[in-house]
Design a protein around this ligand. Structure first.
Ligand code: C5P
Length: 339
C-alpha cells in the first residue's frame, strides 16, 4: 500500500530521508446499533454496537518540528482543544510511549487537522483525528507498527479510535474498542442533519443512566443492560440488523436501526425530536441520532433520494446544516507522503 501511495509502481520503497510530512484521511462514523449495558465501576459502559464509517472525512497532517503543536482549521475548529486534551496529540503521545522516544527524528511534531466532521456531534470526529495521527506518525517515523499494534494504542486513546482505523462496517464490543469487521454488502446513502449546539458524550451517557434509574424506580424493578426494567442480561447483537446488512437492502436496514443513547440525547436536546420526525415524514427509510448526538442521520433508498431528502430537510429548517455521505467508507488511510 505504501508503495502505491507514493507512486512507486514497482512497489519499491521511497527515500525515507525525503519524508517531511504525511497526511491521513479519516472517516466519521455512525452506529447502526448502539446497545448500552449498565455503568461499569470504571465509569464506562459495555456496548454492543455496529459501527459504520461514512465518506465524510477529516485530514490529519503530521510533520517534524522543533516543538509539538496542534493547528485545527475547518468545521467547528474553535471547539477543538489544542493542548494535551486534543485526541490527536494524545494519540501521538501514546505512540511515542509505546515505541520509545527514539522513534522521533525531530524534537517535536506538528499536527495539522483539517476538519469536515463536526465537533461533539456524535460522529467520532475527535477519535477519527486520533486514528489519523496514529497512522500518519507510524508512517512519518517508519515505526513499522502492525494494524494490531496500532489498534492496541488506539484503545488507550478512546473507545472509538480503533474503529476509525478499521473503517467499513464493524461490530464493537467492550467499551466499543474491540472491533471486528461485519458481514455487510451494498452502499448506503445517508443524509446528516447537523445541530446548532454540541452535546457532551459523558453527559449523554449520564442521562442514559439517570433515565434507567428513574424507570426502574417507578416500576419497582431493577434497571438492566437493555434499559428494560426487570429483564436481566447484557445487550445482544440485533440479528435482524445483521441479516439486513448482509442482504444489502436499505429498506430492511432502515427499520432495524437502534440507539440506546437516542432517548437520553433527546432528553438533553429536545429539538432533535422535531428533526427526526421531519426526516421520517420526508420519506427516510430510517432515522436515528448518531452516537451520543446531536447529529441526526437518515437513510435514503438511493443516491438520488438522498439528494431529494437533503434538499427537503434543508428547507424544513429543523437543523443548522445538512450533508450527504455514503457508507461504508474505508478507515484511516495515508493520502499524501513527502512534500
Ligand atoms: O472513550 P472515550 O474517551 O471516547 O469516551 C468518552 C466518554 O464517553 C467516557 O468518559 C464515558 O463517559 C463515555 N463512554 C461510556 N462508555 C463507553 C464509551 C464512552 O460511558 N463504552
Amino acid at each position: 500500500m505504501v508503495g502505491d501511495r507514493y507512486g512507486a509502481s514497482d512497489g519499491g520503497d521511497y527515500d525515507r530521508g525525503t519524508v517531511s510530512a504525511v497526511t491521513a484521511r479519516v472517516p466519521a462514523k455512525v452506529n447502526l446499533q448502539l446497545s448500552v449495558g449498565p455503568r461499569r465501576s470504571d465509569g464506562y459502559h459495555d456496548l454492543v454496537t455496529v459501527f459504520h464509517a461514512l465518506a465524510l472525512f477529516d485530514e490529519v497532517t503530521v510533520s517534524p518540528a522543533d516543538t509539538d503543536s496542534v493547528l485545527v482549521t475547518g468545521e467547528g475548529a474553535g471547539r477543538v482543544p489544542l493542548d494535551s486534551g486534543n485526541l490527536a496529540a494524545r494519540a501521538v503521545a501514546a505512540l511515542v510511549e509505546a515505541v520509545g522516544p527514539g522513534v522521533q527524528e525531530s524534537p517535536g511534531v506538528a499536527i495539522e487537522i483539517r476538519k469536515r466532521i463536526p465537533v461533539a456531534a456524535g460522529l467520532a470526529g475527535g477519535s477519527a483525528d486520533a486514528a489519523g495521527a496514529l497512522v500518519a506518525c507510524n508512517e512519518l517515523w517508519d515505526a513499522g507498527l502492525s494494524a494490531q499494534e496500532l489498534a492496541e494504542i488506539a484503545g488507550q486513546v478512546g473507545s472509538d479510535v480503533g474503529f476509525a482505523l478499521l473503517g467499513g462496517t464493524a461490530i464493537g464490543l467492550g467499551r466499543g474498542d474491540q472491533v471486528t469487521p461485519a458481514l455487510a454488502t451494498g452502499t448506503y446513502h445517508w443524509v446528516l442533519a447537523f445541530a446548532a449546539e454540541p452535546l457532551s458524550t459523558p453527559a449523554v451517557y449520564a442521562a442514559c443512566d439517570r433515565l434507567r434509574e428513574a424507570r426502574a424506580a417507578s416500576s419497582g424493578a431493577p434497571g438492566d443492560a437493555s434499559g428494560s426494567p426487570g429483564v436481566a442480561g447484557p445487550p445482544a447483537l440485533n440479528t435482524r440488523l445483521m441479516a439486513a446488512l448482509r442482504s444489502g437492502d436499505p429498506a430492511a436496514v432502515g427499520p432495524a436501526l437502534s440507539n440506546d443513547l437516542e432517548r437520553p440525547a433527546v432528553s438533553l436536546f429536545p429539538a432533535l425530536r422535531k428533526t427526526l420526525a421531519a426526516g421520517r415524514e420526508l420519506g427516510a427509510l430510517g432515522a436515528i441520532v448518531a452516537g451520543s448526538g446531536p447529529t441526526c442521520v437518515f437513510l435514503a433508498g438511493s443516491a438520488a433520494r438522498a439528494v431529494d431528502l437533503a434538499v427537503s430537510l434543508s428547507g424544513a429548517g429543523v437543523c443548522r446544516a445538512v450533508a450527504r455521505a455514503a457508507g461504508p467508507a474505508p478507515g484511516a488511510a495515508i493520502t499524501a507522503g513527502p512534500l
